[in-house]
Design a protein around this ligand. Structure first.
Ligand SMILES: Nc1ncnc2c1ncn2[C@@H]1O[C@H](COP(=O)(O)OP(=O)(O)O)[C@@H](O)[C@H]1O
Ligand SMILES: [Mg+2]
Length: 224
């Protein structure tokens, strides 16, 4: 599979607050073939999160374009973009972002409901994914009853619930101890083993070593 799953053209993001401008991305051109494991590294504050947010359609660029599987997502309406995010892209963030008053299974079911999956299928798939991530005994646990590593595995399961083509992760192990980190990585490689595209922002050398390609971002540009 050598199809280009993600392409950016002159991707530029400038934040303005009052008179001050922050040039978070200064014209990024990327072509990512499908099915690979990509790493994004670079110093803090240099545009890594901004880049993954733009690729995932969570925010819009100031200039330039993003293509997912050949479709220009910068041309989509907000609701079309929300639909694309729900169905084609899975996100995992540093701070888990689980809904605290829902159980592990319900967190996954909510994501599937949003993508229009039938209720019966939601329940089956939630069980199946949580089992795959070693959380069969935590299906009915609320996030507050889970360790950091377990919560992050629920977040990964949720990101996979709608069978996305792309998994975007922004420092997913940044807040975990090393044991939890190993659990999360294990889950990640299982997913990648299914031929999906994974993009992970990380400072972790163990993860970076496994990447097929590493992009280093400095001052809003790709430096290598
Ligand atoms: N919503 C925002 N509003 C204003 N400035 C922002 C916003 N998000 C990020 N920035 C700024 O853009 C730059 C890049 O941020 P970010 O992409 O979060 O970097 P990284 O993920 O590499 O740490 C930083 O200077 C940051 O302060
Ligand atoms: Mg960041």
């Amino acid at each position: 599979m050598n199809d280009i799953i993600i392409k950016t053209e002159n991707l530029t993001k400038t934040y303005s607050s009052g008179k001050a401008l922050t040039h978070a991305l200064r014209g990024i051109d990327l072509e990512m073939p499908a099915g690979r494991f990509f790493c994004i590294t670079g110093p803090s504050g240099h545009g890594k999160s901004t880049l993954v947010h733009m690729i995932g359609g969570l925010d819009r660029p100031t200039e330039g374009r993003v293509f997912i599987g050949g479709d220009d997502i910068t041309a989509l309406s907000n609701s079309a973009l929300a639909g694309l995010r729900a169905k084609r892209i899975g996100f995992v963030f540093q701070f888990f972002n689980l809904l605290q008053n829902l159980t592990a299974a319900e967190n996954l079911e909510a994501a599937m409901m949003f993508a229009g999956v039938k209720e019966k299928r939601q329940k089956e798939k939630a069980k199946e994914l949580l089992a795959m991530l070693g959380l069969s005994d935590k299906i009915n646990a609320k996030p507050s009853e889970l360790s950091g590593g377990q919560q992050q595995r629920v977040a990964i399961a949720r990101a996979l619930a709608n069978d996305p083509e792309i998994l975007l992760m922004d420092e997913p192990t940044g807040n975990l101890d090393s044991e939890s980190e190993a659990e999360v990585l294990d889950a990640l490689f299982k997913f990648h083993g299914k031929g999906k595209t994974v993009i992970i922002v990380t400072h972790n050398n163990e993860i970076a070593k496994k990447a097929e390609k590493i992009y280093r971002i400095k001052d809003g540009r790709i430096v290598e």
